[in-house]
Design a protein. Structure first.
Length: 463
């Protein structure tokens, strides 16, 4: 059926209300290069395990069960018509960790995480059903929005470098690996290099996978981790313990008050999450400007229904501190770039994103891959947080419209990273009211220029 798609039309699908059901081999061509890449990149999914073992006291096999459940739900995006590579809500991970850490380790902390994820899921579904997603975020002043996103970036970096953080355990590996990662992902020099040499182009398309493999080698050389002991066979997730000791099936439903106390952090997480929704649309739209042969329908309301549903389901089956986000930005860019190369490289963007996520699910089952990266999962997580910290600070600053916004955002972000979302919202709202007054806060009016830019322009005109 996928072979019959006419240029300029959508890939075939089965209508299902707001969703568009697409099945592999039938509605889209299975893309083996993306499947193989996914097979290896499951290492990043596995890096969520140290968070759960440290924060919730989960055994490795129980945390692996959570990762596998999350992996299965990743498939719902492309199967139901969302043309993205889904992932975590990475910038918000430090915020969520800080929030749940205020509760005693054990059932109380797990209840806090369950109530948080369920609230976030139901809130996202509500916005998707009503179409109110964009309106909710537009009500937040730019300064406050900027501060929250920046604060998420600050918190990500602080979590790596604070006393007892992962940098103290893996200083050499993290330093070398993050330096190379920043060069490969953000350097202008490497962007030029990729256009001149097919080898560097391939390295660039693999995202952070080469960095993870490098960490597997570097960490043992510096004595910061053991050499991997490759095991053969299939991985053994412990679903029985997960459901009996870490979910509502064994612990019961969280107290109602936990749903109330989590609201400020839920709202802060949603603002960060909505930034990923906007970025998803931008990446897809940019790719479609090149690939006019396939019409791609990206619908933010549909996306909200899917990732909202994922969060609601995971809160019941196995709550996860990484949450269920709308996009894995690094891999979404990789898939989009290959899609741009033409029909011969990737027939449909659904084939690329879907095949990749089928690959990651396969990798989680294979014990050789899991055992290869197990010694450096803490390093993989640190790299993810530092990269996301860089991106969050950059995006957060760009949300500001003026120098006043930046000042408010800086203070709000610092409070969020050190005191949590509730304090940050209170400080940010108070500063907006004191500096701009009620009119700006409720109407969105703002000085939308940076005076330094105007001053420089005036100086050039005079000279």
């Amino acid at each position: 059926m996928w072979k019959n798609r006419k240029d300029g039309k959508e890939s075939p699908f089965i209508p299902a209300g707001p969703f568009k059901l697409r099945l592999p081999f039938i509605h889209y061509k299975f893309e083996w290069p993306d499947y193989v890449q996914g097979l290896l990149m499951c290492a990043v999914d596995l890096s969520a395990i140290p968070l759960m073992t440290e924060l919730l006291g989960m055994p490795f096999e129980v945390a692996l069960a959570v990762v596998m459940l999350n992996g299965l739900l990743y498939l719902t995006h492309h199967l139901l018509g969302d043309p993205v590579v889904p992932g975590w809500i990475t910038p918000a991970i430090p915020l969520i960790m800080a929030y749940v850490s205020t509760f005693a380790e054990g059932p109380e902390r797990i209840h806090a995480l369950i109530s948080f994820q369920l609230t976030l899921g139901l809130f996202s579904i509500l916005l998707g059903v009503t179409g109110l997603a964009k309106k909710v975020v537009n009500l937040v002043p730019p300064a406050l929005k900027s501060g929250i996103i920046m604060g998420a970036g600050f918190a990500a970096v602080i979590s790596v470098f604070q006393a007892g953080g992962r940098f103290e355990t893996f200083p050499w590996t993290i330093s070398i690996a993050i330096g190379i990662a920043f060069y490969l992902i953000f350097s202008k020099h490497f962007q030029v290099l990729k256009t001149r040499n097919s080898f560097w182009s391939l390295i660039g398309k693999l995202g952070i996978f080469p960095i993870i493999i490098l960490a597997v080698i570097i960490a043992p050389i510096f004595g910061e981790a053991s050499w991997p002991k490759i095991e053969w066979g299939f991985s053994s997730p412990d679903f029985a313990t997960l459901w009996s000791q870490y979910t509502v099936f064994g612990l019961g439903f969280p107290p109602l008050m936990m749903f109330v106390t989590g609201l400020p952090t839920v709202l802060a997480t949603y603002i960060v999450l909505f930034g990923d929704v906007l970025q998803s649309k931008a990446i897809v739209d940019e790719a479609c400007e090149v690939r006019t042969d396939e019409k791609v329908d990206y619908n933010a309301n549909r996306a909200h229904l899917i990732f909202g549903g994922r969060n609601a389901v995971m809160s019941i089956l196995g709550s996860d501190v990484t949450m269920c986000g709308p996009m894995w930005s690094a891999m979404q860019v990789v898939i989009a770039e290959r899609f741009k190369e033409g029909k011969q490289a990737m027939n449909s963007i659904f084939g690329g994103s879907g095949s990749f996520r089928w690959g990651t699910n396969t990798g989680l089952i294979l014990l050789p891959i899991v055992s290869l990266v197990q010694p450096i999962l803490g390093i993989a997580l640190a790299l993810t947080l530092l990269i996301q910290g860089y991106v969050s600070v950059k995006i957060g600053i760009l949300e500001s419209r003026s120098q006043r916004d930046l000042g408010i955002a800086g203070i709000t972000g610092a409070v969020l990273a050190t005191k949590g979302a509730a304090y940050a919202f209170a400080v940010g709202i108070l500063l907006c009211l004191l500096i701009y007054g009620k009119k700006q806060f409720f109407t969105g009016e703002n000085d939308e220029t940076f005076t330094k830019d105007l001053e420089r322009k005036d100086l050039k005109q005079v000279s």
